[in-house]
Ligand binder design. Structure first.
Ligand code: ADP
Length: 345
């Protein structure tokens, strides 16, 4: 009775096989994970868990009596991964022969993949501007120093690429610090429009350069929110920079807020190409960049801006999302984020 409770309370999945390699017993974890409602006794492992590898390990164990334990990893459909230990036990006549312990490592595998992708992405993002810098620097050595135009063109390109690397590192450092979750958000009560004004100042040169108009449609009253001021500025800045980057020249970007009970919903709207609905969740993932759009737009980004926004907004207890195209149109996008309203000023 007690051992039954222990076996069924185990986090790991457990299968016990008899000397012929037929199932004697499975615990609740196996029943749940593999949705086994029918009788399991007398079946082969592969009839419960569709893994030829696992069946092979069991067969091998049954044939080679000297094998005591085999550890392995199996992959099952639906990106499921298990660590399996197959252990020989039985000596007495009707004692169980083989015990299989399955440990679900799908989440570990998923995290491992994210880490690998991340390293690959960072390396790739760094290599592109570095290759360009290397190429231009080398060519620069062979141009006539008197040819001022060519020299200055090359140096400008090098400078732009150095800026890109700098931006990427800045974003990475910020993302790392947000993801580490070490420092709790230090919230202060303040008017969100101040944060927007700081962001507008930061973006002024870019607005100027692309001849983009910035219209603000904030309600007249103060919009008090609890936020970490610098981070709120960052969210506005990232959204504005995207708006500028993806807008066609001479277009207009509109920023404003909607008041909804205890929430204030801020928006940044542009008339650019918009975001296809299939990508509207994915653009908030780190390093996500839409193919094609990247090359067509002005300047390159890191693909980290929106994931930084998402982190910041989430740690303030808000949400961030995009609506695209604009209602009744075929292009444009509105990025929204919500923050909790603060009680007083
Ligand atoms: P990036 O540095 O590439 O701009 P972001 O995380 O800020 O990185 O954005 C991710 C992707 O989302 C962009 O590459 C682009 O495809 C899409 N995107 C972001 N903002 C806009 C916008 N205002 N209009 C259209 N597409 C956008």
């Amino acid at each position: 009775q007690e051992s039954n409770a222990i076996i069924n309370g185990m986090y790991e999945g457990l299968i016990v096989l008899d000397q012929k390699g037929r199932v004697k017993l499975v615990n609740s974890r196996i029943k749940n994970d593999f949705s086994l409602s029918h009788r399991t006794q007398g079946k082969k492992p592969i009839e419960l868990i569709r893994s030829p590898e696992l069946q092979d390990i069991c067969n091998d164990m049954l044939e080679h009596r000297d094998k005591k334990i085999v550890n392995s990893e199996i992959e099952l459909p639906g990106k499921k991964y298990f660590h399996v230990s197959v252990v020989r036990l039985g000596f007495e006549d009707n004692a169980p022969e083989i015990i299989i312990v399955l440990h679900d490592i799908s989440e570990l595998k998923r995290l491992e993949k994210i880490r690998k992708d991340f390293v690959a992405n960072v390396s790739h993002e760094l290599r592109t501007p570095l290759t360009s810098i290397k190429g231009y620097a080398e060519t620069l050595l062979s141009v006539d120093p008197e040819d001022r135009d060519t020299v200055s063109g090359f140096v400008h390109t090098i400078q732009k690429n150095v800026d890109n690397i700098h931006d990427l590192l800045q974003d990475l450092i910020q993302l790392a610090s947000l993801e580490s979750g070490e420092d709790e958000a230090k919230l202060e009560t303040g008017d969100a429009v101040n944060a927007f004004n700081s962001a507008r100042e930061i973006c002024a040169p870019k607005l100027e350069e692309r001849q983009i108009q910035l219209a603000s449609e904030f309600p007249d009253e103060d919009l008090f929110v609890n936020s970490e001021y610098k981070q709120l500025v960052q969210v506005f800045t990232n959204l504005l920079e995207n708006g500028i980057k993806y807008s066609y020249p001479n277009e207009r970007i509109t920023v404003g807020a909607l008041e909804r009970n205890e929430e204030i919903i801020f928006f940044v709207q542009d008339n650019g190409p918009g975001v296809p609905s299939s990508l509207q969740d994915r653009i908030f993932e780190r390093f996500f960049r839409e193919e094609g759009v990247t090359s067509a737009r002005n300047g390159s980004g890191t693909g980290l801006g929106l994931s930084i926004c998402k982190h910041i907004v989430n740690r303030h207890g808000g949400r961030i999302w995009v609506q695209s195209p604009l209602p009744g149109e075929i292009q444009g996008s509105i990025f929204y984020f919500s923050l909790l309203r603060a009680q007083s000023g």
